[in-house]
Design a protein around this ligand. Structure first.
Ligand code: SF4
Ligand code: SF4
Length: 387
């Protein structure tokens, strides 16, 4: 990559991180990387612009094809769990892009997180292409290729590393600070700049400190939640804890800067509470399918019907939290890390024997066909919940 390309790549990353709310689409045409031949691998991904740009960069030096497929500009995980990146997207891309004339094989590598919306079995049955689940993170693809297109345990797991946390902090801070800044210019020009700076600091602080409080984000920790079905405060009083910390900082700052007054403290307390609630309302959703206080299916548990399980291990291959352990001797899966589950539904969708489903705390079952057919909306509710 020459200097100009690098500069362009950095600019795209900066601008599209600031505008992450906007589903910027990459054009849906086959991309050649290097000089691919008839046996070269084919990577299919969503048509979210930033994802395709990053994938192109990771695959530099590998002779292959990239096929951006319709996800309406959503990223892989959000697109797949929301139903925008689906079987139809994959089938229509494979059939209309011309790739079938360019390669002799019928293997397509899909990002693992698309397993929450794309059915391997359907793709094979309908058009004869075999889906191979690639790693969760594009950065692991070179190692995945070296391993003979096999994933290690680490490649299967979703994490929330520092860079991603910074991106999420920026993603929230930019629109909120822009809107509030504009309103402040019109109504209270004096606080415009401090307000913008405050929102950025708050948002970055909340996401950077994520590892410190992540263990309290388990929705089942009833002992520290206000109430089981309350919305905003469901996560362990975290917004209030944040607010308390911000108030302490505000008091110290105002005393040290000589601005201490009840009016000053009151104003910034109200402002900080509003933004803490706004940002934390989907704190877990931002990672992106951890269940936030809004996600109605966050109390569901994955249920395994041992009589139906044949130990095929499809569930283990797609689980982004490594919840499964498949006993290859006894040919049976076990959910060994149930508490890590983020209810993405990928294991249920991919199980060829319908041995998995969701079970509600009341003991009702949400069958696999429901999970396959009805995807999550922004509030974490399937169009047809049947609960
Ligand atoms: S639960 Fe389904 S996918 Fe997992 S091992 Fe059993 S049969 Fe295979
Ligand atoms: S066990 Fe939970 S996290 Fe893992 S694939 Fe199934 S629903 Fe997703």
């Amino acid at each position: 990559m020459n200097r100009m390309d690098m500069l362009k790549y950095i600019l795209i990353n900066v601008i599209e991180t600031l505008m992450r709310w906007v589903p910027i689409q990459y054009k849906r045409t086959l991309i050649k990387i290097g000089t691919p031949d008839r046996n070269s691998p084919v990577f299919l991904t969503c048509n979210y612009h930033l994802t395709v740009e990053r994938l192109k960069r990771v695959l530099r030096g590998v002779d292959c094809y990239i096929l951006p497929s319709n996800s309406r500009g959503f990223n892989v995980w959000c697109g797949a769990t929301g139903g925008h990146f689906n079987n139809h997207s994959v089938i229509s891309s494979l059939k209309t892009s011309g790739i079938e004339k360019l390669v002799d094989h019928r293997n397509i590598i899909l990002p693992q997180l698309s397993a929450a919306g794309i059915e391997k079995k359907v793709i094979k049955e309908k058009i004869g292409w075999k889906v191979i689940w690639g790693p969760v993170y594009a950065g692991d693809i070179p190692e995945f290729i070296e391993n003979g297109f096999r994933k290690t345990l680490e490649m299967r797991e979703v994490k929330f590393p520092l860079v991603q946390r910074i991106e999420m902090g920026v993603m929230w801070a930019f629109p909120f600070s822009m809107i509030s800044g504009l309103i402040a210019i019109l109504l209270f020009p004096g606080i415009c700049l401090p307000l913008v700076a405050f929102i950025w600091l708050l948002s970055l602080l909340m996401f950077l400190s994520f590892p410190l409080y992540t263990r309290w984000l388990n929705p089942e920790r009833k002992n520290i939640a206000f109430s089981r079905y309350s919305v905003i405060f469901d996560f362990s009083r975290l917004p209030l804890i944040f607010w308390g910390c911000v108030i302490i900082i505000l008091v110290f700052y105002s005393i040290l800067s000589g601005e201490f007054s009840t009016g000053f403290i009151f104003r910034w307390c109200v402002i900080s509470l509003i933004f803490i609630l706004l940002i934390s309302i989907d704190l877990m959703g931002s990672t992106p399918v951890y269940k936030s206080g809004l996600h109605k299916d966050r109390f569901l548990k994955v249920y395994l019907d041992e009589k139906k399980c044949k130990g095929a291990g499809f569930c283990e291959q797609v689980c982004p939290k490594n919840c499964f352990n498949v006993d290859v001797v006894q040919h049976i899966a076990r959910i060994t890390e149930e508490n890590r589950c983020v209810r993405c539904g990928a294991c249920i969708i991919q199980c060829p024997f319908d041995a998995l489903c969701f079970k509600s705390p009341e003991g009702k079952f949400l069958p696999p066909e429901n999970i396959r057919k009805f995807k999550l909306n922004l509030f974490g509710k399937r169009l047809k919940q049947i609960l």
